[in-house]
Design a protein around this ligand. Sequence first.
Ligand SMILES: [Zn+2]
Length: 343
Amino acid sequence: MKKLLSRLIELISNLIPLWLYPVLMRRVSIDFFYHAVSDDPMEHARHLYPIVPVDQFEQALDYLQQRYQFVSYDKVHNHRLKGNLLPVKATHLSFDDGFAACFSVVRPILLRRSIPCTFFLSTDWIDNRAMFYRNKISLCVDRLTINPALISKINAWTPDDKSLETTIRWLKELRLPDIELINTVCDALDVDWQKFLEEFQPYLTIPQIQQMHAEGFTIGAHTKTHRKLKDLSDAEIEEEIIESCMAIKEITGQDVVPFSFPHSAFGIERGLLGDIRARHPFVGLLFDTKGVRKDENYIVNRVWAERALTPERRLHSLPEVLHNAYQEAWMDEMMDAARRIKA
Ligand SMILES: [Zn+2]
C-alpha cells in the first residue's frame, strides 16, 4: 500500500511544472551550492563530483538572473532570524570546500554580474597547509584510470575483485579515519600530494580570502577537516563548528560566520545545534544539503547545483536539478501528510 501510494505521488510529481512548485510549496527563496567551476581538469576533485565548465556555469547564472533575485548572506540571515522580508524569488549562492578556482574563476564572473555569494572553507586546508583526504583519493583514482595496471601496486589492500571499477569504488569509500591507508595507497601509486599542494596550490590562501571578503563576499566555515559530524561526539561536533568559525572570524573580521555541514546534517541532534549557536552567538546560519526541504529556522537547505542525477554522472542543467529538488521535497511532504491522515 505504501509503495503504491509513493508511486502515485511520484507520478503526480512528474506532472507538476517547475514554475508551479514554489507556489504549491510556499517557498519564498531557494539556496544552491557548487564546489568547483573551472575549465581546468582539476584531477584532485573531478572524481568526487562533476567540475562545472565555465560556459555551463554562466548559462546557469543567466537562467537564475532572468528568473530570480540574488541576495547576500546578510539578507538570508536577517530573513531567517529577524523576520525581514526577502525580495520576490530570492536566491542565495554558495560554494563549499574552498578551492582556489573560487578566487581565480568564480569570483571574477560573480563580480562582473554583481552576484553576492558565500564561500564555505575547511579551515585546515587554507594556505595549502594540508590536503583534503578525498582530494588525495581523487588523485589516486585519476592515476588508476590512466593506468589500470597500477592496481597491482595496491593489491595488498584492495578487495578480492581487482577490477578497476571495484578498486575505484573501494577507494571512494575510504574516510578520514582511514587516512594512514590513504597515504600508503598514495605512496604505492606514486601520487605525490605534497608536491601537488606546492605546485598547484589547490586551496584558497589567506590574502585571497581577505580580498574576497573586502570585495563583499561572505566567508563561511565548513569544519576544520571535513569530518562527517554525525560520527563524532557532541563535544567534537562543537569543536569542529566553533574552531572553524573562529578561524574564519580571525581571517576576515566578520562578526558572524555562517557554517555549512560537510556531507549533510543528517542524524545530528537539532537540540545540540541550537545549544551550540546559543553558546556562541558569532556562529551564523547553518547550511545543509537537503534541497528545498524545510528544517529549523537557523538551518538553510541548499540545492546541490552540480549533483549528478543519473548513474552515468551526467552534468545536468540547473532547471533539471531544481525540478528534481522540488520534486523530492514535495514527495516527502506528501508522504508525511499521508502518514498524518492515517494516524
Ligand atoms: Zn564539502
